[in-house]
Ligand binder design. Structure first.
Ligand SMILES: [Zn+2]
Length: 273
């Protein structure tokens, strides 16, 4: 699943390709991609609007239009492409936005799990998809105190809290493992047992890992690529994710993989406590 760095790379690619263009027509080939409003209302409302900017909040892409916000979540395999209207469609193309310069913004999704919502832009951050999201890793509202207040009430694992978009938005399975390895915190550690020192290390790890991953254009595992077909390169910097059996660079103990928060979880059984 694309996490914040991959969605940010998609956003940057799209920004150059679609901003300033007007939506002339829309064709929805798989209705379930449109979460709200109804497909008919979605189509009627979006036609004629201009794409003013492409933003992002956590793992959501935010297309700011003339009066509405198009909120898009790529989920497992969603992708946007900008192509000429003559380019052949693949069977995985589900939504087509015809733009006024003759190109089409196309949404492709092998698994069909992605979702789009259209909502008035002035109240977009009150939409159910966005209203409960916590701070981004790069926002000043992500403080040790914010993490402490969130974690002290939680008896579940710290890994599940890192995946919880209400604590910090944008982190998924790959970066949660990398963050916990850097912070030397065991993924199964009960969240409310983290000390102030642990929390300070965790916050530092969240900011530094996510900053480096964004700078690298994200991680390319399986099929992720941005709208230009460019792939991220952070996979060469991964320390623990996917390294089961390889020696920990700190203590040479082989990394292990277990299941935490229902997700495959990689960690060093010695360094992470
Ligand atoms: Zn180790």
């Amino acid at each position: 699943m694309p996490e914040l760095p991959e969605v940010e790379s998609v956003r940057q690619g799209l920004e150059h390709l679609v901003v300033g263009k007007r939506i002339k027509a829309v064709n929805v080939l798989w209705d379930n991609i449109i979460k709200d409003p109804s497909v008919d209302t979605f189509k009627r409302q979006i036609i004629g609007q201009r794409i003013e900017s492409v933003g992002r909040r956590g793992k959501f892409l935010l297309f700011e239009l003339t009066s509405d916000m198009l909120i898009s979540h790529l989920r497992m395999e969603g992708k946007f492409k900008v192509e000429t209207s003559e380019a052949p469609l693949t069977k995985h193309t589900h939504v087509l936005f015809s733009l006024d310069d003759g190109t089409e913004l196309r949404y492709l999704d092998v698994r069909k799990f992605g979702k789009m919502s259209l909502t008035p832009k002035l109240s977009a951050f009150e939409h159910p998809s966005l209203r409960d999201l916590g701070p981004e890793p790069f926002e000043t509202s992500l403080t040790d105190d914010h993490l402490h207040r969130f974690l002290k009430k939680r008896q579940r694992s710290i890994k599940s809290c890192l995946l919880d978009q209400k604590m910090v938005t944008g982190i998924g399975n790959i970066y949660a493992d990398e963050i916990l390895f850097r912070a030397k915190v065991h993924p199964e550690r009960q969240a409310n047992t983290l000390t102030p020192d642990d929390i300070a290390l965790l916050k530092e790890a969240i900011v530094s890992i996510m900053t480096q991953a964004v700078a690298s254009g994200g991680t390319t595992i399986r099929t992720y690529a941005n709208a230009y077909g460019q792939e991220g390169s952070y996979q060469s910097q991964l320390k623990v994710y996917g390294k089961t059996g390889e020696p920990c660079p700190n203590c040479h103990t082989p990394f292990v993989k277990g299941k935490v928060a229902q997700r495959g979880t990689h960690y060093c059984p010695v360094c992470q406590t």
